[in-house]
Design a protein around this ligand. Sequence first.
Ligand SMILES: NC(=O)c1ccc[n+]([C@@H]2O[C@H](COP(=O)([O-])OP(=O)(O)OC[C@H]3O[C@@H](n4cnc5c(N)ncnc54)[C@H](OP(=O)(O)O)[C@@H]3O)[C@@H](O)[C@H]2O)c1
Length: 220
Amino acid sequence: MTAATSVMDIGMLGAGEVAQAIAGHAVSHGHQVTLSNRRGPRSIAPVVDRLGPLARGGTPAEAARAPIVLLAVPWTSLDQAVASAAVEDWDGRIVIDATNHFAALTPRPVAADLGEVTGSEHVASLLPGARVVKAFNTLYGRYIAAAPRQPAGRQLLFVAGDDREANDTVAALADEFGFAPVVLDGLRDGGRLMQLGGPLSGLHALRQPSGSPPIPTTQS
Ligand SMILES: NC(=O)c1ccc[n+]([C@@H]2O[C@H](COP(=O)([O-])OP(=O)(O)OC[C@H]3O[C@@H](n4cnc5c(N)ncnc54)[C@H](OP(=O)(O)O)[C@@H]3O)[C@@H](O)[C@H]2O)c1
């Protein structure tokens, strides 16, 4: 796996737990991030201050102009976030889909009924021209934020998408952050393994430095 060496400009739809965790890795490796939320850039100022000069707050439409866009909003806000991104044609840009398709979280978590379609296929259907790559959704936020390189090994990070080059770009970025990326099949088969109810959902495991089999640490 080659590390992602060029400086990337990453826009983020969402500025919550997942977006902040990924933004933290990105800025610490010299990439620029634009975070956005529903309430506007002013509400993101404390997060931006903490992340430092490579981070800024913007509107969803500004964040969505970046060559790589992270989608990290609640599933119930998906349509609204896509609408406020206001992109007619994503023109081959990469969208990293970190969402999980929860229709509700309270009083108990319930997955949205998507029929045969996977969550990321549904996301892709809303983003014409985007190369959607599912990643980061399988890890709890605290494992995304934590140092992925542990003495016992590197945190596995699953990646699935229908475009090989986009998968490789996201895998290289994750590798640069310190994760051990594992690229799966496309949004249908790989996405199904990774999404809610799939065997990789909530799986936290380390790849040992020697390359020996991964060590599962926790699974929800
Ligand atoms: N937390 C985890 O452990 C975890 C792990 C893996 C994947 N995920 C998935 O990742 C996604 C984000 O989770 P999270 O925990 O980061 O959520 P979160 O902390 O609740 O943050 C959600 C963010 O989305 C923003 N948002 C909501 N509606 C929006 C819209 N219409 N346009 C732009 N931004 C909007 C919110 O902005 P406002 O604050 O202004 O409303 C907030 O910044 C979810 O799909 C979740 O299932 C979560």
